[in-house]
Design a protein around this ligand. Structure first.
Ligand code: ACO
Length: 342
């Protein structure tokens, strides 16, 4: 059995905010942001947009792509989804009550699908892939899992903190992972070959939304000057990111007995171009192997890898049989990588 990414989709809010526009309200400038991060713009959600709605839009794109590919109707593809996973740290409701995945299930009209959320910060897509493949492997009745990574980071961004607010954006992307009869190893292998998942909880405080959870809840009568927001030790996260990306790429290649020249593309988490370039230098990766789009979207956390995947997929940059690597890191601190035969 193979666990293949059968279709992808993405959805972005309508409003694109450039570095120049951001510089009108925050003490920053285009030159600093570009030179320190590679970011040029980001998409920010209008106040009335819910995460579940953006997630459902991305999911519908993936459903439409699979319908077109197979000749089935979109209704039939939707009715064939066995599980919906939403990876997000900015779900509609605190603590996931109700889970955003259940809200998406309702929006899609996919009543037969079970649904749950995962919270793995920016590594959500990679954890989600492994979970999806695991579910398909253990349940003989399951055929298709819809994995959606959807973030409204603008809702947990401190817009007065220039060291973090320039980094983040909103966005969503989806992938339908399908169990097929192709082999997952040996000749003609397809789909997910291997995942590496990791975490280092000792670094949890380096990227944190401190208030609003059960550890430090808001108290009745308390005067709150800021809503819950991301605080980050940028240097610590940077060092962790370069190390974990470098080691994960190396380990994945070694474990699958591959060379970097066997890969068509590496799609990294789009946090900061400098992080990726540092890993590229350490591993002497070929010039065009990394797919980067943070200049357009900034860091959309869990959504960043699948947004890039959908872009590359729709632009015809990945062909059947290509080996693609995903690699990411994020709050937790978590990290991970995956190898997929397209
Ligand atoms: N505009 C202008 N100046 C700024 C800005 C800004 N937006 N932000 C910081 N500065 C200034 C600082 O005040 C400082 O000035 P000073 O020297 O006068 O004190 C100077 O720039 C250097 O600041 P540093 O914080 O040292 O800048 P650094 O080169 O470390 O870059 C950055 C900061 C981009 C945040 C970097 O540390 C980084 O990329 N870290 C990893 C961040 C990351 O990937 N986070 C997300 C991962 S997980 C997730 O995706 C949710």
């Amino acid at each position: 059995m193979a666990y293949e990414i059968a279709a992808t989709g993405r959805a972005l809010p309508a409003r694109r905010v450039t570095n120049e526009e951001l510089s009108q309200t925050v003490d920053t400038n285009d030159e600093w942001i570009r030179s320190h991060t590679g970011i040029g713009s980001r998409y920010l959600a209008e106040p009335e947009l819910a995460n579940s709605e953006l997630a459902a839009r991305a999911a519908r794109q993936a459903i439409a792509q699979l319908a077109e590919k197979t000749g089935a109707s979109e209704e039939d593809v939707t009715a064939g989804l066995d599980m919906i996973i939403v990876a997000s740290v900015t779900g509609d409701y605190l603590g996931g009550v109700p889970p955003t995945s259940c809200l998406v299930q309702n929006l899609l009209g996919a009543r037969q699908a079970a649904a749950f959320d995962i919270q793995v910060c920016c590594t959500g897509f990679i954890y989600g892939l492994e979970i999806a493949a695991g579910l398909l492997a253990v349940n003989p009745g399951y055929k298709k899992v819809l994995l959606i990574c959807s973030e409204l980071l603008s809702r947990i961004t401190d817009w007065t903190d220039r060291s973090t607010c320039v980094l983040f954006g909103d966005g969503a992307a989806a992938a339908i992972i399908e169990k097929t009869t192709a082999p997952s190893s040996g000749e003609g292998k397809r789909g997910l070959l291997r995942c590496i998942l990791g975490a280092d909880g000792s670094g949890g405080g380096n990227l944190i939304v401190r208030r609003g959870g059960s550890r430090f809840p808001y108290k009745p009568g308390e005067i709150v000057d800021k809503p819950p927001h991301i605080e980050m030790d940028g240097r610590a996260v940077y060092n962790f990111a370069v190390k974990s990306i470098t080691e994960t790429i190396k380990a994945l290649l070694e474990q699958e007995n591959l060379s970097v020249h066997d890969l068509a593309l590496i799609i990294p988490h789009q946090a900061n171009a400098r992080i990726v370039q540092a890993a590229q230098k350490r591993l002497a990766l070929p010039e065009n192997i990394l797919y980067l789009n943070m200049s357009e979207y900034a860091n959309t956390s869990a959504a960043s890898i699948p947004i890039a995947l959908d872009e590359a997929n729709r632009a015809g940059k990945i062909k059947r049989g290509d080996i693609v690597m995903f690699v990411g890191f994020g709050g937790g601190l978590t990290y991970g990588g995956a190898l997929v035969v397209w």
